[in-house]
Design a protein around this ligand. Sequence first.
Ligand code: TRP
Ligand code: ZN
Length: 889
Amino acid sequence: MRTEQPKMIYLKDYQAPEYLIDETHLTFELFEDHSLVHAQLVMRRNPARILESGGGLPPLVLDGQQLELLSVSLGDRELTAADYQLSANHLTLQPASESFTVDTSVKIHPESNTALEGLYKSSGMFCTQCEAEGFRKITYYLDRPDVMSKFTTTVVAEQHSYPVLLSNGNPIASGPGEDGRHWATWEDPFMKPAYLFALVAGDLWCVEDSFTTMNQREVALRIYVEPENIDKCQHAMTSLKKSMRWDEQTYGREYDLDIFMIVAVNDFNMGAMENKGLNIFNSSAVLARAETATDAAHQRVEAIVAHEYFHNWSGNRVTCRDWFQLSLKEGFTVFRDAGFSSDMNSRTVKRIQDVAYLRTHQFAEDAGPMAHAVRPESFIEISNFYTLTVYEKGSEVVGMIRTLVGAEGFRKGSDLYFERHDGQAVTCDDFVKAMEDANGIDLAQFKRWYSQAGTPRLAVSEAYDAAAKTYSLTFRQSCPQTPDKVEKLPFVIPVELGLLDAKGAAIALRLAGEATAQGASRVISVTEAEQTFTFVDIAEQPLPSLLRGFSAPVKLSFPYNRDQLMFLMQHDSDGFNRWDAGQQLAVQVLQDLIAQHQQGQALVLDQRLVTALATLLADDSLDQAMVAEMLSLPGEAYLAEISEVADIEAIHTAREFARQQLADSLFDGLWKRYQANREVSRTTDYVAESAHFARRALQNIALSYLMLTEKPQVLAAAIEQFDAADNMTERLTALAVLVNSPFEAEKAKALAVFAEHFKDNALVMDQWFSVQAGSTLPGGLERVKALMQHKAFNIKNPNKVRALIGAFAGQNLINFHAADGSGYRFLADLVIQLNGFNPQIASRQLAPLTRWRKYDSARQALMKGELERIRASGELSSDVFEVVSKSLA
Ligand code: TRP
Ligand code: ZN
C-alpha cells in the first residue's frame, strides 16, 4: 500500500547515483513466520558525481519498503536512531569517508507477501521477483539499474522443507546448520543491478541437461519444478538449447556462466524473469506436454524461454541506465525472440500473429489515456510501463532499424552495441548510436519513434500517367494527439512495397532519377508530412502492395476496392500482405454488416468474401497455417479498435452473422479439410513442430465454423475429438466449440469430464476457466461469478485471475459491455479487491475500463462512474492510482 503521496518521476531529472556498491554480500535466514536479511554493502562515492558536485559527502539515501530495521552499521560502528533517518521508503545515513561498508539486518514477511514482489512464498517455496523495484522490499539498497554490484548470497533454511537453495551465479559452498537447517552460498561473478537478483528455496526436482558453447565450454542446464511436474519440462529444455545455439549463430552471443537455471513457480505476476543465471518463470511459461498444453502454449513456452535467455545479453550484460530506458532491453529482446520463433516455425505466420496482436492491443493502448512513447518521459509507477508499447512497439522500432540498415548492417550494429557497452547501464540513445556508428548513417529523425507516442496514420494515394508511363504514390503522414500533448513531427516510415501488373506479376521498380530498376520489392523511407515517389517505365496501371511484412507500425490506408483486395490475396508475392488483403476485405464486408445492423436492415453478406475463402480452402498446395490464419475473421476487439465509436453489439452481431454464413456456404470444403486433418491427428503421435501446428490449426478453425451449422455429424465429430484426442490442442478446441454451442447436455458433460480429469492440474484448469469466461452466449457474467466459487479458483493466484476475469473482460466483449453496466461494476469491484493485495494485477485488470472513450455516451458514463468509484474506494496503490487518475483526467 501507498505510504507517501504517489509522485511523478521524470526522465529529465535523471542524475547518476551519488554512491556505488562494488560488492553486495547477502545472508537470508528463512523461517515460517518471518525472514531475516543481513546485507553488507561495500560502497564508495561515485567518481562521476565528485567531478560534478565537488568533494563533499552527500547523505546516502538507501531505498527500502516494508522492512523492519533491526540494526545498521557504518564500517565498524553500529548506529543508533540518532545517526540515521528512517522513513516509509528510505534509510538515510551520513558517510564519513569516500569508501565504506554498510551493514544492515532487516526482518521481512515473505509468508504474507501477496503482492508477489520482493521475497514471497508460492506453493510452499520461497522465491523472488525484483524487477523493477522489488529489491527494496528485501533489504535497504540503491535500488536502481545503474548501480551494478558483485553479489554473494548465502541462504539458510530448514533442510527438510527446503532441500534446494538457489541464487544467482555459481554455487561455491554449502553445508549443514543447526536445528535441521542447512545453507548454501552462491557467487555471481558478473556485476548486475539489484533487479536481476534472485533467490529460491524449496522442495524441487530438476531436469538436467548440458550445452556446449561455441567456444567448447560446458554449461549445466537445470529446470526446477515441483515433483509432480517433472514430466512437463522437456519442451522448455529443448527450447532453451535451441535458444542458446540460435543466439550464437544469429547474434554471436555466447552464454557466460557454468550453470543456467530455470525455476517454475505457480504464483507470478508476469510471464517470466531473466535474473542472472537463475530465471524464474510462471509455471505456465515452462510446463508443456501434449496432454496438458495446447500448440499455442508450446509456442509460448518456446518464445518465453528464448526471451528470458536472450536477456542475458540484451538486458543483463548490457542493462538499462534507468527505467525510462526499459524498451532498450524489452523492445530489443522481443525483437530477438520474434526472430528466433520465426526461424523455428513459420516466419509469415509469426508475423501475422504479432501484427494482429499489435494492431488490436498496442494500437488501442496508443489511443487511450495511458498512451506513452516507447521511451516514456514520466511515470508514477514503473510497473505500469511494462506495456505493449514498450515491448511490442519497441520491437517494431528495432525491426525498422534493421529494415533501414539491412541484415548485415544490423548485425554490425548489434555487435558494436554489445562490445561497446558490455558491463554498462545504458540508454536507448546508446543503442541507436551503435547502429549509426556501425553503418555510417544518421538516425536523428528516426529517433522520434522513441519520443513520440501515438500510432501514425499513413494515407496513400496513386496517380498513373499512361502517356508518360509513370506511376506516383503520394504518402501523407499524421499522428493523433496523445495525453502528453507532445507536438508530433514527421516520423521516418520505412515502407516496403511492390507493384503488380494485371497478371499479378511483379513490376521492376525504378524511381525517377535512378539509372536502373532496383528489384521488385523495395523499401522507401517516408520522412516528410507529405511525399510523392514516382516510378518510371510502368507500362500499365499497376496495383500497389504496400507496407509488406508490416514494415512500420502505422495505420496505412489506400483506397482498394474489394476486387483488388481479392487479387492481392491471390497474387501478392508477400505472404503477410496476402493475409492482410484478406483482412482488409473482411473488414470492409464486416463494416457493411455493422452499418446494416445499426440501420435496422436485414444483413446481407458480400459473397466475394465467401468466394475468396472458398478458393483458399480448395487449394491443397497452400500452407495450412496460412489458410487457417486467412479463415480467421478480424477479431471483435480489432473491429472495435478501428471504429470511431465501438458498437459492440453491432460488431458482435455482424461478425457472428458472417461466421454463420461462411460456415453454411463453405460447409463441404471445411468438412473435407476437417476430416482429412483429424484423420492424420488420429493416426499419428503428437509432435510440437510447425507442420503439425499448421495441420491442427486448420482442423480446429474448420471445426469451429462447422459447429455453427449444428449438424449432427459435426456434433459427433466434436465429441469424438474431445473424447479421443491425445493432446490438449484438439481437446480444448472441442471443448470450446461445445461450450459455445446450444447442445446443453453435451456441453455440461464435456465440462464435467474435463474438470474431473484435470482437477489436479492448475494450468489445465486455467484453460477450463478461460473457455467458459470467453463464451459469448448470454449470461456470461453469471457464469463467471459462479466459476469464482469453484474450488479450483483462487483470486490470490494471478493465472486464475487472468484466466477467468481477464478472459471475460478482454475477450467476451458482448457480455462485458452489457448495457446495464453489470460487467463494469463487476470488474471495478474486483480491481478494488485486488488493489488490497496485489497492486500490479489490479492495475492490469483495470485496462478495459480505461478505454471508455471508445463507447457510446451511456456506456461512457457507466465506465467513468466505475473508475470514480475505484478512485474513491480508499487507499489506492500507486499502480491503480496512476491508471485511474490518468483515465479520468
Ligand atoms: N523482465 C521481465 C520480462 O519481460 C518482465 C517481468 C517479469 C516483470 N516479472 C515482472 C516486470 C514483474 C514487472 C514486474 O522478461
Ligand atoms: Zn523481457
